[in-house]
Design a protein around this ligand. Structure first.
Ligand code: PEP
Ligand code: MN
Length: 337
């Protein structure tokens, strides 16, 4: 952390700033030039809120040199994290596809879709049992019964399952029943939930909050890792911008940023990222081209009658074509499928 004092900062103000930092166990080194008083702060500054220092009399500007996240930081770990989900590897040169409907609607629906996506090359089955819906009048998911249906599909196809957790009270059940716990965009900053999944060793799929910066997203991942769970997979699912042609703005540059800042795997969800079925294949290929470690895609056997997100769900045939397109890109970027 670098602190630049105001041109006319008083000696007492400078001494006060130094005293405050030293009281917190930090070392302060003078790096002043001819005009400005400048200090370098050495030590663990993760607990310092730079706004508190900037508010002190005589301080002009405080700049962080080190990112506020540690365990998530690429600088603190050599190599990429590879998350192992029942033998399916996510990250580190592998490309992993999660596919399935937005919501679990019935045993028949999941059985049909899971068999189809598995045949087309999907590695992991997705499906929401507990659904975070904008309207309380919309379908809220099948709950516990939905989880049982997903488990049956896992038996039938051998595919691991990923589904969204919304309540701390269900953590134990999810830990027992599912292979990846999904934390949805709406709960990315639900710190109780992040701490609760951090206490488990289950792989966690952490979706980016719809108005979250990359740093806030990585800090949410830091919560899970700080709790003792290293198995975090990030998912870019689009953010809110002024653009409303698409449901969200799929931020593919976030993949590059996350890869530079962190060792964690990052996958892309072009379904929620665009909201439009016809954009999914090309955005999936773009995600593969930009270096994503995988995809999450919504697939429905009857999108027109889906109980949620039908407009952004591929048919099994369209999914098959999408996988073929993605595979072509993967041969170019050199990832294992
Ligand atoms: C979902 O995956 O169905 C979902 C609700 O996603 P998000 O949290 O990204 O909106
Ligand atoms: Mn959905």
């Amino acid at each position: 952390m670098i602190i630049k004092m105001k041109l006319n900062a008083k000696k007492e103000e400078i001494e006060h700033v130094i005293e405050i930092l030293e009281r917190r166990g930090l070392k302060v080194k003078d790096a002043s030039g001819d005009e400005y008083s400048v200090f370098g702060v050495i030590g663990d500054t993760t607990k310092i809120d730079i706004r508190d220092i900037e508010a002190l009399n005589g301080v002009e500007k405080v700049t962080r040199i080190q990112e506020p996240f540690k365990q998530v930081n690429r600088a603190f770990k050599s190599g990429d994290t590879v998350v192992d989900v029942r033998g399916v590897k996510i990250g580190g040169g592998n490309f992993t596809i999660m596919a399935g409907p937005c919501s679990v609607e019935s045993r028949h629906q999941i059985s049909e879709i899971s068999r189809a996506v598995s045949k087309s090359g999907a590695h992991i089955l997705r499906g929401g049992a507990y659904k975070p819906r904008t309207s309380p009048y919309s379908f809220q998911g099948m709950g516990g019964e939905g989880l049982e249906i997903l488990k049956e599909a896992r038996e039938e196809t051998g595919m691991p399952i990923v589904t969204e957790l919304m309540a701390v009270s269900l953590v134990d059940r999810f830990e027992k029943d599912v292979d990846i716990i999904q934390i949805g965009a709406r709960n990315m900053q639900n710190y109780d939930l992040l701490k609760a999944v951090g206490r488990t060793k289950k792989p966690v799929l952490l979706k980016r909050g719809m108005s979250s910066t990359i740093e806030e997203w990585l800090m949410a991942a830091e919560y899970i890792m700080a709790g003792g769970n290293p198995n975090v997979i990030l998912c870019e699912r689009g953010i809110r911008t002024f653009e409303n042609y698409t449901r969200n703005t799929l931020d593919l540059s976030a993949v590059l940023a996350v890869k530079r800042l962190s060792h964690l795997p990052v996958i892309v969800d072009p379904s929620h990222g665009t909201g439009k079925r016809w954009m999914i294949r090309d955005m999936a290929m773009a995600a593969a081209a930009v270096g994503a470690d995988g995809l999450m895609i919504e697939v429905h056997n009857d999108p027109e009658n889906a109980l949620s997100d039908g407009a952004q769900s591929l048919t099994p045939e369209e999914f098959h074509e999408t996988v073929a397109g993605v595979k072509r890109i993967l041969t170019v970027v050199g990832k294992k499928f």
